[in-house]
Design a protein around this ligand. Structure first.
Ligand SMILES: NC(=O)c1ccc[n+]([C@@H]2O[C@H](COP(=O)([O-])OP(=O)(O)OC[C@H]3O[C@@H](n4cnc5c(N)ncnc54)[C@H](O)[C@@H]3O)[C@@H](O)[C@H]2O)c1
Length: 369
C-alpha cells in the first residue's frame, strides 16, 4: 500500500502525521511512503531523515494525494486540499466533522473512506488518539490563559498564583475528562483557586481524592456554572460529546456578567465550542473580545508545541496506521472495533451517529464496518 503524508497547511500547524521511525517500520512491512517536502520540518524532522528511512520525497502536495491509497494527516483537509482528494481514497486524521458541514459534504461527495482520530475508541470507552492531544491542550490551556490574563495582553492583570497578602486568581474548568483533568493539574500547580465542573461524578471523585481542599468540584448544572463563571479570572471549556457538537454550557448573558479582562480558553472549539459567544480563531489571530472578556478559541492548540505533540500523536496513531496498511482500510475497520468507531464516512454515507445527528442527515450504521 502507498501511504501519503502531506505537509499540514492549517495556520501555524507544525505537526506531521508520520515520523521517520514510522516510515521505516512501514517500509519494513513492505509498504511505500510518499512524503511532501518539508512536511516534518516544523517538528524538527528534515527531508533527509525521511529519505534515509526509505520515503520518497515529492515537492508537490498534489503528487502525494495522487499517488497514495491512504492519506495520513494531522488536521482536517482545508478547502485548498479538497480537490486533491481522490474518489474513494482512505483518509486518517483529526476530522471534527460535526463542526464543519462543508467538509462533511465534500468528503461525502468524494466518497472518502474517512476515519477520524478523535472517534477511534477502545473497548473501555477511552479515545487513544484524542487522548495525547487533549493532554497537551489541557496543559497548554492554563499556560495560555495565564498569558492573556497579563495586562499587556489585554487581560485583567491577575497573577494566577497570587502572592502572600494578595488573593490568587480563580480558574473555572468545565468538563473533567482528559483536557479538564490536565488543566486542573497545571492550574493547581500555578497556585490558582480551582473549580471543576463535570457532567458525571466519577471524574470529580478522582480529582477530589488527589486535591482535597485545593480544588472545588461540582456536578455541572447551569446555575452553578453561571455563579462560578461570573466570578472567574480564567474559564476553560473542556466538554465533549464524542463525535457530536459541543453543548453550550455558558450563555451569552453569563459572559456579559463576567469580570472585564477575564479570559475564556475554549478548548472544545474544535467541536463547535461550549461557550455561546465562541467562534474559532487561529494561532495568527488567537483572541477576540466580547463584553470585555478575552476569548481564545484555537482548534489546533497542540500545533504550537510540535516537538512534543508530533511524537505524542504518532506514538498513539502509528499502530493504527500500520494496521490500516497491513489489512487495507476496509478490512482493518471490519476487524478492529476501535477503528470501526473511528469510521465517520464510507462510500458517500455517514457511518457515525453523532455526525449524522449534528446535520440532521441519514446515519448508515454498518456501512464499511
Ligand atoms: N482546541 C484544541 O486544540 C484541542 C486539542 C485536543 C482536544 N480538544 C477538544 O477538547 C474537548 C475535550 O476533550 P477531552 O479529550 O477532554 O474529552 P473527554 O471525553 O475526555 O472529556 C469530556 C468531558 O466533558 C464532560 N461533559 C460533557 N458534557 C458536559 C456538560 N454539559 N457539562 C459539563 N461537562 C460535560 C464529560 O462528562 C467528560 O468528562 C474535545 O472537543 C476535544 O476534541 C481540542
Amino acid at each position: 500500500m502507498i501511504i501519503g503524508v502531506p505537509k499540514e497547511i492549517k495556520d501555524q500547524e507544525f505537526r506531521v502525521a508520520l515520523t521517520p521511525a514510522g516510515t521505516r517500520a512501514l517500509l519494513k512491512a513492505g509498504h511505500r511512503v510518499v512524503v511532501e517536502a518539508g512536511a516534518g520540518t516544523g517538528s524538527g524532522l528534515d527531508d533527509a531523515q525521511y529519505t534515509q528511512a526509505g520515503a520518497e520525497i515529492v515537492s508537490e502536495k498534489a503528487l502525494v494525494f495522487d499517488r497514495a491509497d491512504l492519506i495520513v494527516k494531522v488536521k482536517e483537509p482545508l478547502p485548498a486540499e479538497y480537490a486533491l482528494l481522490k474518489k474513494g481514497q482512505a483518509l486518517f486524521t483529526y476530522l471534527h466533522l460535526a463542526a464543519d458541514r462543508r467538509l462533511t459534504e465534500t468528503l461525502l461527495e468524494r466518497e472518502i473512506f474517512a476515519i477520524a482520530y478523535e472517534t477511534v475508541e477502545s473497548a473501555d470507552g477511552s479515545r487513544p488518539i484524542l487522548r495525547p492531544m487533549s493532554e497537551v491542550a489541557g496543559r497548554l490551556a492554563v499556560q495560555i490563559g495565564a498569558h492573556y490574563l497579563e495586562r499587556v495582553h489585554g487581560g485583567r492583570g491577575v497573577l494566577l498564583g497570587g502572592v502572600p497578602g494578595v488573593p490568587n486568581g480563580k480558574v473555572v474548568i468545565i468538563g473533567a475528562g482528559v483536557v479538564g483533568t490536565e488543566a486542573t493539574h497545571i492550574a493547581v500547580g500555578f497556585g490558582a483557586r480551582v473549580v471543576v465542573a463535570n457532567l458525571h461524578r466519577d471524574r470529580l471523585e478522582m480529582l477530589e481524592a488527589l486535591y482535597r481542599g485545593r480544588v472545588t468540584t461540582m456536578v455541572a448544572n447551569a446555575d452553578w456554572i453561571e455563579q462560578q463563571v461570573i466570578d472567574a479570572d480564567l474559564v476553560i471549556g473542556a466538554v465533549l460529546v464524542p463525535g457530536g457538537r459541543a453543548p453550550k454550557v455558558v450563555s451569552r448573558d453569563a459572559v456579559g456578567r463576567m469580570k472585564k479582562g477575564a479570559v475564556i480558553v475554549d478548548v472544545s472549539v474544535d467541536q463547535g465550542g461550549c461557550i455561546e459567544t465562541i467562534r474559532p480563531t487561529s494561532h495568527s489571530d488567537p483572541v477576540y473580545v466580547v463584553d470585555g472578556v478575552l476569548h481564545y478559541a484555537v482548534p489546533n492548540m497542540p500545533g504550537i508545541v510540535p516537538e512534543t505533540s508530533t511524537f505524542a500523536l504518532t506514538n498513539a496513531s502509528f499502530p493504527f496506521i500500520l494496521r490500516l496498511a497491513e489489512l487495507g482500510p476496509e478490512h482493518a475497520v471490519r476487524s478492529d472495533p476501535a477503528l470501526a468507531k473511528g469510521l465517520n464516512l464510507a462510500f458517500g454515507r455517514i457511518t457515525h451517529r453523532a455526525v449524522a445527528e449534528a446535520f440532521g442527515m441519514t446515519y448508515a450504521p454498518g456501512v464499511g464496518a
